[in-house]
Design a protein around this ligand. Structure first.
Ligand SMILES: [Zn+2]
Length: 141
């Protein structure tokens, strides 16, 4: 199933990129076609989807890095992350049933990042200097 869908994903990425290039050329007045219309086609929506997917993947980095480097889980509610994990599992099932490749990838990425975060939170055993000073500031007032 994955082998069959992968070329489709690559093809839609390629077409989305081509469409983005055309829209940019139109915007610069280098393409003598009709004026650019953002979200004109399904392909430009694909580009937006992939940018969103990339941001979802990047978004976890600061939190995971802090947990990994500082071993500090200050202010993190594990239950929030567990609920997000359950939500992602349900949404993945929904996306797979609907045949949504992009959104399935987003959910799998979410699930991986959430599991990593929960494992690192459970491993964390210190409060970093930054959060220690933050806590000190709050208790002074
Ligand atoms: Zn910290």
């Amino acid at each position: 199933m994955a082998e069959r869908r992968l070329p489709t994903v690559i093809e839609s990425l390629r077409r989305g990129l081509e469409n983005g290039k055309l829209m940019y050329a139109q915007w610069r007045g280098e393409a003598a076609t009709e004026p650019p219309r953002i979200f004109q086609t399904r392909d430009s929506m694909e580009v937006i989807g992939w940018i969103g997917t990339t941001l979802v993947i990047i978004a976890y980095y600061p939190q995971i890095r802090h947990l990994w480097v500082e071993k500090c889980a200050w202010g993190i509610s594990v239950w929030t992350w567990v609920i997000w994990l359950i939500a992602s599992i349900l949404l993945l099932i929904y996306c797979v049933i609907r045949g949504e490749v992009l959104l399935s990838i987003v959910q799998m990425s979410n699930m991986a990042s959430i599991v990593i975060t929960i494992v690192l939170v459970r491993r964390s055993n210190t409060v970093c200097a930054y959060h220690l000073s933050d806590t000190a500031k709050r208790t002074k007032t």
